[in-house]
Every structure is written in C-alpha cells, then in structure tokens.
Design a protein around this ligand. Structure first.
Ligand SMILES: [Fe+2]
Ligand SMILES: [Fe+2]
Length: 134
C-alpha cells in the first residue's frame, strides 16, 4: 500500500533513504491495522505511529541541516511546511482518543495514514525534489 517509488527520488541519497524508511513505517502501521485478531492491536499501531512521528521530525531536522549546508534557496519555505506538518502530527497521532467500534477505529487509522502519506508524497514531489536541483 505505502512504498517508496522512483518518482519520489530527489537524488540526494541521505534524503531518499530517510523517505524510504518513512514509507516503510507507514506500511508497517497499515499492515497491523489490517490484521483482524491481534490482541493489543491499537497499542501496536500507536507505537508505530509514534515511531513515524519521531522519525519524521528527525528527518526534517536532517533535511533542513542539509539544505542549510548547501545554502538552498527554498529552506525557509521548507521550514514553514515542516513546522505545519509537525503540528498536524502532534494533533493526529493520538489514538487514545479513539472512540466507537473496531470498524470505526480502523477507519480513523486508515484516514490518518492516508492523510500523512498524501502530505508526504505531495511535499516530496513539490518541494524535496527541488533540493537536488536548485
Ligand atoms: Fe521537506
Ligand atoms: Fe523530506
């Protein structure tokens, strides 16, 4: 469901490796959410989503540091976007507030994962891909 694709490549190995890892973590969360009879499923998903959040924040730090090192023109734009997403992550990745039956909860997790990866993909395509070019 979630995977790194060639079209997402920026040409900067460190950034591409970290993006690959982000998709792997998202896929892990997706796979757990699809399992039906797993005890403590939501604890596991919460742990993976926390990992996704932490790794994203770390990745942003690395990416911004790299952009700074090459004096990239779009650093400021990226910082603003990263910050907005960081806030969104804090807000979204809190499953302890999940309510409703299992089906509803699974739907919420699907929506969260979809939102996070959609953001990531469009950010990579529209912003990160310029890092290797400009
Ligand atoms: Fe970025
Ligand atoms: Fe990135």
């Amino acid at each position: 469901m979630y995977e790194m694709k060639d079209e997402y490549l920026t040409g900067v190995p460190m950034i591409d490796e970290e993006h690959t890892r982000l998709f792997e973590i998202a896929e892990e969360a997706y796979q757990i959410s699809k399992q039906e009879f797993v005890p403590d499923k939501y604890d596991q998903i919460q742990a993976v989503l926390d990992e996704l959040k932490d790794y994203t924040v770390l990745h942003f730090e690395h990416e911004e540091a790299y952009m700074e090192s090459i004096k990239h023109k779009k650093l400021y734009t990226q910082k603003i976007q990263h910050e907005g997403f960081r806030r969104k992550l804090e807000e979204l990745v809190r499953l302890d507030e999940l309510e409703g039956d299992q089906q509803e909860q699974d739907k919420v997790i699907d929506d969260i994962l979809k939102f996070l990866t959609d953001w990531l993909v469009s950010h990579i395509l529209n912003n990160d891909k310029l890092i290797g070019k400009l």
